[in-house]
Write a protein that binds this ligand. Structure first.
Ligand SMILES: O=C(O)CCC(=O)C(=O)O
Length: 306
């Protein structure tokens, strides 16, 4: 069964609440925002001088056995660049070759997040309490954000180029082989147990036999500029930027409504345990950072892990 699609003409919030928000089922609102295309020139005109943390994933990362990973997401080497500097890396092809990505960059201090078409999204989806502001997820085609789930409801808004999202429901948690909780004792929040050890595009059914069952519940959707994907808490998603050009989205996380959907899932409880288990490691790193001469930089590194 494909992910359901709706169009603004037939969008009824009450229907969305009944059919998607209450049960926690994703839906795509095609052409849900009417933004100008967020291409490189447009973004440079709006946020060219704004600094963002760029993640340097490196071209080999995708080929590694994930069981060898020591870091995920926030543990990747990162450097602060202005958007214009990053745009040059995209234009020169370096961002594509070395898989350099702008992941989860807060837009709160920029004029972009005040855009009326983004601001009215919450009302449309009955998502009334934002847990974050809008974040930018942008880079060159070819980048993939690995399979993981989040602890809040999310809206992913496509703004330039196309992204393909592969989805699995929360019920497939164990069939998707998340990193073990115990890893947080050794790696803090660098290696996160809400990421999967499998590659959905290159499944290894021998090592991960449960994947066969998970694949019976695999969904896929391609987002075009203007489309908005509603991603309920606990839904696994792997997001790939298609093509070779610049691809850009913004997302926002929202408080889960109704609350019982949050607490009735083992995936949510799992992340709370994960945070608890990571505390000794994170506290140690925090204390070590305090003792370093470049304290500010070191503390920032620790905070980035959250
Ligand atoms: O767009 C991306 O690259 C990832 C977005 C994502 O993981 C999310 O919206 O939760």
């Amino acid at each position: 069964m494909p992910i359901q699609e709706r169009y603004p003409e037939t969008w009824v919030t009450a229907e969305f609440i009944e059919q998607h928000q209450r049960p926690g089922i994703p839906v795509v609102l095609r052409q849900g925002v009417s933004e100008p295309e967020w291409n490189l020139d447009y973004l440079e005109s709006k946020i060219g001088q704004h600094k963002f943390l760029c993640r340097f994933y490196g071209s080999e990362r995708k080929t590694l056995d994930k069981r060898q990973w020591k870091t995920i997401g926030s543990g990747i080497s990162a450097k602060s660049l202005s958007f214009s500097e990053y745009a040059d890396l995209v234009r020169s092809g370096q961002a594509h070759q070395e898989d350099i990505y702008l992941a989860k960059c807060p837009l709160v201090e920029t004029s972009l997040s005040a855009s009326p078409s983004l601001q009215e999204l919450g009302q449309k989806f009955n998502l009334l309490k934002g847990m974050t502001d809008f974040n930018l997820w942008a880079g060159a085609g070819g980048h993939t954000e690995s399979l993981h789930y989040d602890t809040f409801d999310g809206t992913l808004i496509q703004l330039a180029g196309q992204k393909r999202v592969v989805l699995f429901p929360p019920s497939q948690l164990s069939n998707l082989y998340p990193f073990p909780l115990i890893g947080h004792l050794h790696h803090g929040l660098k290696l996160r147990s809400w990421f999967s050890q499998v590659y959905p595009d290159n499944p290894d059914f021998e090592t991960f036999p449960g994947l066969k069952e998970a694949f019976k519940h695999r969904y896929e959707v391609v987002l075009n500029p203007g489309d908005v994907l509603y991603l309920p808490v606990g839904w696994w998603h792997e997001v790939s930027a298609l093509g070779e050009g610049f691809v850009c989205s913004a997302n926002r996380f929202w408080s889960v409504t109704p609350r019982r959907r949050l607490f009735s899932q083992w995936s949510s409880w799992r992340t709370y345990f994960a945070f608890l288990l990571s505390m000794p490691f994170m506290s140690l790193k925090f204390l070590q950072a305090l003792l370093k001469s470049n304290r500010k930089e070191e503390l920032e590194k620790v905070l980035r892990m959250f």
